[in-house]
Design a protein around this ligand. Structure first.
Ligand code: TXA
Ligand code: MG
Length: 330
């Protein structure tokens, strides 16, 4: 594999209206030239994603971001200087440069500069040779698991791509959970989705307390507004250590022979059975996040009857992981 060569191919494909799946520091994105309506519409078709779910626009520089925004508050400069390139998405009032389909009919636009070398190189090269604006949701079927590895992307959406599209293999997804989405369009800072950058990182840096965000009817669409999202095919149960013991015991009784179960927790549960495999989960939230989607993808391949995760601590360091687990579980 020659990465520079692959990026050159990917840029050509974007310029020709094809789709490119590429690694970012969070998860793989499925990208199209944001200025090309036909190409961006294909993203919605392939993902089976409702048309009113806006896409994040990825760029290589703050100057490029400013060009598609109507109102750029000072706070955006402060956040961008600190957290870009990186796993932070900012939502602004938009101007009319981007096609409507990218922003799902909203009057706002979500923008991010990724730090992953492969992603950033792709964006830089595409800025030289094309529009430079890459609309990209996570590279997975709507509602199902996000992907952090080339082969997971290939398995999940590969069949829907053509020879005019491309999947880039490159630097690893070092965060493993999606970006933190921060809304700056209303005058107040609101976190719409917890992610790679924690609420503490942001509030410590700005020296303010950030309220928890309650979804209400007026809220813009964020992933997981719909209750189920990020779902594995195998039923996943996320419960406390003690509840998990009771649950697994019940399942072992209900499926005395044919069931196969997997437990991922911070300590082993005191149950022994050939039907139950137990593995210790990372106790560090960053390490856990980095492994979450690849673990779930692997477990889906292993065809367990059910999988059981011990619920992580309920604090801000675990907020993004807890948010994904809540939506992914049965
Ligand atoms: O880490 C990430 O953010 C990854 C990588 C590929 O960048 N992308 C990602 O995209 O997670 P997606 O589409 O799976 O989730 C982004 C969500 C969208 O579902 C959408 O609801 C929300 O961001 N979003 C996009 N534009 C928005 C806007 N103008 N206002 C509010 N939310 C918006
Ligand atoms: Mg997604």
């Amino acid at each position: 594999m020659n990465l520079n060569n692959d990026i050159t191919i990917a840029v050509k494909i974007l310029c020709n209206g094809g789709l490119v799946a590429f690694p970012t520091e969070t998860v793989y994105g499925l990208g199209a030239d944001a200025m090309n309506k036909k190409a961006t519409n294909r993203i919605f078709e392939i993902k089976k994603r409702p048309k009113n779910h806006p896409l994040i626009v990825h760029v290589a520089s703050v100057d490029m971001a400013k060009k598609i925004v109507d109102d750029w508050p000072q706070l955006a400069d402060k956040l961008a200087n600190k957290f870009w390139p990186g796993p932070m998405t900012l939502v602004f009032k938009k101007n009319n440069l981007l096609p409507e389909c990218v922003t799902g009919g909203q009057n706002t636009v979500a923008i991010r500069i990724p730090s992953n070398h492969t992603a950033l190189n792709l964006l830089k090269q595409f800025a030289k040779n094309g529009s430079g604006y890459v609309a990209a949701p996570s590279a997975n079927i709507y509602g199902l698991l996000s992907n952090t590895r080339y082969w997971d992307v290939k398995r999940s959406i590969g069949n829907y791509l053509t020879t005019s599209d491309f999947i880039l293999e490159g630097q690893n997804c070092s965060y493993g959970v999606e970006s933190t989405i921060i809304d700056l369009s209303s005058g107040n800072l609101r976190i719409l989705r917890p992610g790679g950058i924690s609420r503490n990182d942001i509030s410590d840096f700005l020296n303010i307390k950030i309220e928890s965000f309650d979804l209400d009817d007026s809220a813009p669409l964020v992933p997981g507004c719909s209750e189920k999202h990020y779902c594995p095919r195998t039923p996943l149960y996320v419960l406390s250590f003690l509840d998990q013991i009771k649950k697994i015991e019940r399942f072992l009784n209900e499926y005395p022979k044919q069931g196969r179960f997997f437990y991922w927790g911070f300590r082993l549960i005191p149950l022994k059975s050939t039907q139950l495999k137990q593995v210790i989960a990372p106790s560090d939230p960053k390490e856990y996040g980095r492994n979450l989607y690849s673990k779930l993808n692997d477990l889906d391949e292993e065809n367990y009857t059910s999988i059981f995760f011990e619920s992580p601590p309920k604090n801000f360091e675990w907020e993004a992981v807890n948010n994904r687990l809540e939506k992914a579980s049965s």
